[in-house]
Design a binder for this molecule. Structure first.
Ligand SMILES: [Zn+2]
Length: 162
């Protein structure tokens, strides 16, 4: 994976050696994510990949993102959970929604997950769920029935396959 106009790959090139097809799809989604996340600000948003070993990774059809904006996904998820808890305490539907939108704008981890979910076309092998897994899979989908085992395996990164 190489850097784009709105995102910058911070990890060594060898961390995400993927097929042309997956690279193109990731680049397309990361540009969309980057434009929204930057929101007119200077500087591209950094993403950090680490190499995977199993399944689709063996043939370059999967990529694992471990950090965005210099922050790992366990931290982004912790911030997200805390933000949600504080949102629940806000009285009034409108104020609650306003606060939730502010928290969404602050959380690049959540934004990247939603961008991958909303804009990306990921592989779905016969009899298997869509290959997008991360800390938000159980709450946001696409596969809300993700097992505890698989969810625990994706607490610190997002996995996509194409
Ligand atoms: Zn993976």
């Amino acid at each position: 994976m190489r850097s784009g106009r709105n995102f910058r790959v911070d990890s060594p090139a060898g961390n995400a050696i993927v097929t042309r097809e997956l690279a193109a799809e990731l680049e397309r989604v990361l540009e969309l994510f980057g434009v929204n996340a930057r929101n007119g600000m200077k500087g591209r948003i950094g993403v950090f990949f680490k190499p995977g070993i199993f399944g689709h990774h063996k043939v370059g059809r999967a990529a694992d993102v471990y950090a965005v904006g210099g922050i790992g996904f366990e931290d982004w998820k912790r911030q997200w959970d805390a933000a949600l808890r504080s949102c629940f305490l806000v009285p009034g539907e409108n104020k609650r929604r306003t606060k939730l939108n502010i928290e969404r704008r602050k959380n690049l981890g959540w934004q990247l997950y939603k961008a991958l979910q909303n804009y990306g076309n990921w592989s779905q092998p016969n009899g298997f769920p869509i290959q997008l897994f991360g800390p938000w899979t159980r709450s946001e989908g696409p596969w809300k029935y993700i097992s505890d085992f698989l969810l625990n395996a994706h607490r610190d990164h997002i996995h996509v396959a194409k």
